[in-house]
Write a protein that binds this ligand. Sequence first.
Ligand code: ADP
Ligand code: ASP
Ligand code: MG
Length: 429
Amino acid sequence: MTRPDSSRSATTRLVMKFGGTSMGDLERIRRAARIVAAEVSAGKKVAVVVSAMAGKTNELVAWTDGAGPAAAGLPLSDDEYDVVVASGEQVTSGLLAATLRNMGFNARSWMGWQVPIITDDAHARARIVDIPGEKLGAAVDSGEIAIVPGFQGVTTDGKITTLGRGGSDTSAVAVAAALGAPCDIYTDVDGVYTTDPRIESRARRLAKVSYEEMLEMASLGAKVLQTRSVELAMAKQVPVRVLSSFIEPDANGVMPDKGGTLICDEEEIVEKRIVSGVTMSRDEARITLLGLSDRVDAPADVFTRLAEANVNVDMIVQSQSRTAGTVNLTFTTGRRDAVRAAELMTASQAQLGFEEIRIDEDVAKVSVVGVGMRSHAGVAQLMFRALADKGVKFQAISTSEIKISVLIDAAYAELAVRALHSAYGLDAV
Ligand code: ADP
Ligand code: ASP
Ligand code: MG
């Protein structure tokens, strides 16, 4: 989807990305500028992708909620939502470019439409379709530091788009792919941990993690990277490092050892683990159709209706009901889709033939992820034992080759994460 610019040797090019906290105020922007300056002084040809200041995108989203049609209970059209929420990144890219110039560097901001970062027209959740890398690559090779606002793009007919929340990670990886460069993601933690260090203080930093594991972890709730950025890095073979922006070059402008986490191919990882990480997501809702007809094609009917309405279903469980000739069918969706899914089911209650519908949003999904599961038995058994020991009941299960997820009562989510982290031997000693 992106076209690498291979006109120059790409080995010295580098894409650096700074997240919201790292762009949080002018002092933090100056610190980011010093980190960029250290790379430039060490000979790198740098493009920087920035997020809006922490909290700014939430504020902009709230404004769009309050404006015009939303205030009247209608959603603001997504194209105008994009015009508003994309502005946070425009501010930080200009400020970082100005800061670097004040430090004596040649820096310039490149808006999404100037690069251009071309996306489809799915406003508010657009996908990048192309980044012609030649112009940006030439600027970077000439010694200019190019500052690109993350999160934003432009359609072929010139309308501003945004890539979905957390999308600056994807912008950074896409720019790196277009420039044939590696991508360093600077954030407020110094790498990818075995679980969110804000939930479990004994979480350990992973020196390396495979694309595949990171993809599962991100999609199951480890929001340190946007899922799509990992998908893209894997497809384009972009080496990604996650690093802390809370570091400083020394008096000579030299960076200390950065540690961090490298996201790379599985073959590059020597230390093999069965489970690499534990994740948690509260963006879940459980819907149960009680007393659904036990007709053989009833579930097919239910899921066809959901699929036609673009509702993404995750976990599914069918169980016996007390009434003869019926079953209970439970499935989960993301919270955003839950109300729509329930409305859809209720609207077809007569055709589907169920007695009652229940929605529960007080649920969380806790998952363990690791490529070692492919070749080890007993991983699921350990999970159920650890949860049972804490008295945590599970309501649904789903598995893939490298993950097991359970749906539980949201009140137990953090307890379950800590119990599993310890049960799989991930706690720092
Ligand atoms: P940024 O604004 O830099 O994009 P984010 O807030 O999106 O930063 O992502 C960083 C946060 O991700 C961390 O502060 C941490 O709480 C959270 N996080 C969740 N899971 C993990 C994990 N497994 N490893 C590291 N951080 C994680
Ligand atoms: N500022 C956007 C957000 O908060 C994009 C990002 O930071 O990645 O979602
Ligand atoms: Mg982020």
